[in-house]
Every structure is written in structure tokens, then in C-alpha cells.
Design a binder for this molecule. Structure first.
Ligand SMILES: Cc1cc2nc3c(=O)[nH]c(=O)nc-3n(C[C@H](O)[C@H](O)[C@H](O)COP(=O)(O)OP(=O)(O)OC[C@H]3O[C@@H](n4cnc5c(N)ncnc54)[C@H](O)[C@@H]3O)c2cc1C
Length: 269
């Protein structure tokens, strides 16, 4: 439960309200983690919040977080500069099923900041590229300037990622898709008989994505989604992140869609 001090060693502004911070432990080693896990991150007295690790699992000495400033804690974290110290607990939670997906096509579907929790999975898939069939990234943002890691998409494509990006709205300079992410699923080329889908984004987007994947023949048992709820302890004690009979911090954040769908069907659960 005791936060470990990590210093900000690099900071990049991704969009108008989102920053990527690279942290190093003040003492000792970095933080080994699996793709999909999160930490409880804090800065001073501004509160502690769950934030997914967006870095490379093969480079655990550097802890990377991509944070959208939406409230007290996240605004304080995003305002941290090089040399400032943040508190880190974790890593917590389970992982994307990158091992179980070996041999299959992998369809990564995300919206907005949902690419951050999936970035470690993408980096892992590309590091072991020969073990998978097609690896697709279907990514949607509100506008071209709200897309995360734009410079990295080309590098990922060069390593064998097939990507399709869509935005809700754009000016004439945008030559890509306009529309919602589930539309990309309808057109994407993958083998639905074996494909594994990893989905992260706003809940409504994940529901439509799971439905579009099911229409394409990817069943709920091969569709995984990462869930967000208010979270306080991160270790299954406080109960704030309860979802049905599960606690997201302990049993998630990654769930198989067949386990998730019945609970998401209950309003405001
Ligand atoms: C497992 C997990 C991983 C997450 N990963 C990331 C990440 O990588 N990057 C990132 O920027 N955010 C992530 N979040 C969301 C982040 O934890 C919240 O944005 C944060 O808790 C808001 O705290 P705050 O004090 O800044 O804002 P608050 O003042 O608490 O809230 C400000 C606004 O954000 C909304 N909000 C608060 N908590 C959440 C939440 N958990 N999900 C959705 N909306 C929320 C509130 O309803 C309110 O409208 C993750 C959440 C979980 C549970």
C-alpha cells in the first residue's frame, strides 16, 4: 500500500489534454509488468488514481504512463515536470491474453485514450511478430489532433502491423477514414475463425465493437475488453470498483466479453 517514489525523466504532450510521462524509480529497479496492467499513481496531496502502463514490457526500467487530465488527480499528474516525483503502487490487475493469442490473427480495437492500455500489448505482439497471424490495429479518435502516438503508427506498420485509423470529424486535410471504429471492423481483413480481439475505449464504443466483431464471426469468448470504474485501493480491499461479482482491480481490468456482457446489460451497474 506504500507508494514508491518515481521521478519524471521525460514528458511529451500527446494532445490538448493528454500527456505521456516517463518515470524512473528513485531507488532500486524499475517495474516489471504485463501488458494491460495498471498502477495507482499519485502526486502530492491531489489523490491517487489508476492509470494503465503504456510502456514497453521489455523495458521495465522505464515506467510509462499516458494520462488524460480530467480532474484533480490527473491534472496534478499531467502538470508534473522533469525531476518531479510521483508516487507509484503496483503493478496491479491482469493482462491482455497475448500468449493465448499465439498462432491467431489479433485484432486490436481502440478508441481515444484506449490506445494507451493497448500499447504494451501492441509492442509485445510486434516483438514476437512471427508467432501471430495478421496483427491489426483499428483505432478511432475524435479528430486527427486527438490521436495518440501518431509518429509511432508508421514504425509499427513497418514491423508488420496493419492499421486503419478513423476520426469522428476532420477538415479537408485528413485523407483517412471518417466514422466510428465498428465500421472499420466490418471492412477489416482477418480470419474470424481464429482471431482474438483486444478492445479498449469508451464503454459504448466497446459494446458496438463487440457487436461488430460478433457479426464478423469473432465470438465473445475470443473478445477481450479492459474496464474502467472508480478505484481506490487497487488491491481488492475497498470494493469501489465492483462490477457484478467481480472487482475490476483484482479480477480485471481485462475481461473476456462473455463474462462482461451480462453485467454491462444492467443499467448503471
Ligand atoms: C484500470 C484503469 C486504467 C486506467 N487507465 C488510464 C490511463 O491509462 N490514462 C488515463 O488518462 N486514465 C486512465 N484511467 C482513468 C483514470 O483513472 C481517471 O481518469 C481518474 O481516476 C480521474 O481522476 P481525477 O481525480 O483526475 O478526476 P475526478 O475528479 O475523479 O473525475 C473527473 C471526471 O472523470 C470521470 N472519471 C473519474 N474516474 C473515472 C474512470 N475511472 N473512468 C472514467 N471516467 C472517470 C469523472 O466521472 C469525472 O467526470 C484508468 C482507470 C482505470 C480503472
Amino acid at each position: 500500500m506504500i507508494p514508491v517514489p518515481f521521478a519524471v525523466v521525460a514528458k511529451r504532450r500527446d494532445t490538448t489534454d493528454t500527456w505521456t510521462l516517463e518515470l524512473e524509480a528513485e531507488a532500486g529497479d524499475g517495474l516489471a509488468f504485463e501488458p494491460g496492467q495498471f498502477t495507482m499513481l499519485s502526486r502530492g496531496g491531489a489523490g491517487e488514481v489508476p492509470i494503465s502502463i503504456s510502456g514497453d514490457p521489455d523495458e521495465p526500467s522505464r515506467l510509462v504512463h499516458t494520462v488524460r487530465a480530467v480532474g484533480l488527480a490527473t491534472r496534478a499528474i499531467c502538470a508534473a515536470e522533469r525531476g518531479d516525483v510521483l508516487g507509484v503502487r503496483g503493478p496491479f490487475g491482469n493482462a491482455w491474453p497475448v500468449d493465448a493469442a499465439e498462432g491467431a490473427d489479433v485484432v486490436v480495437v481502440c478508441g481515444g485514450i484506449g490506445l494507451a492500455p493497448l500499447r504494451p500489448a501492441i509492442l509485445t505482439l510486434l516483438a514476437r511478430r512471427e508467432r501471430y497471424g495478421r496483427v491489426l490495429l483499428l483505432y478511432g479518435g475524435r479528430s486527427p489532433t486527438q490521436l495518440l502516438y501518431p509518429g509511432e503508427l508508421d514504425a509499427w506498420a513497418a514491423r508488420g502491423l496493419e492499421d486503419a485509423v478513423t476520426v469522428d470529424s476532420a477538415g479537408p486535410e485528413w485523407l483517412g477514414h471518417v466514422g466510428v471504429v465498428p465500421r472499420l471492423i466490418r471492412r477489416a481483413a482477418f480470419d474470424a475463425n481464429s482471431a482474438v480481439a483486444l478492445v479498449c475505449g469508451p464503454e459504448v464504443m466497446m459494446r458496438f465493437a463487440a457487436a461488430a466483431l460478433a457479426e464478423r464471426g469473432v465470438p465473445a469468448v475470443r473478445t477481450y475488453a479492459s474496464m474502467e470504474r472508480n478505484m481506490q485501493c487497487g488491491i481488492g480491499l475497498c470494493g469501489h470498483c465492483q462490477l457484478g461479482p467481480t472487482l475490476i482491480c483484482r479480477d480485471g481490468p481485462v475481461y473476456r466479453w462473455d463474462a462482461l456482457a451480462p453485467w454491462l446489460a444492467i443499467r448503471e451497474l
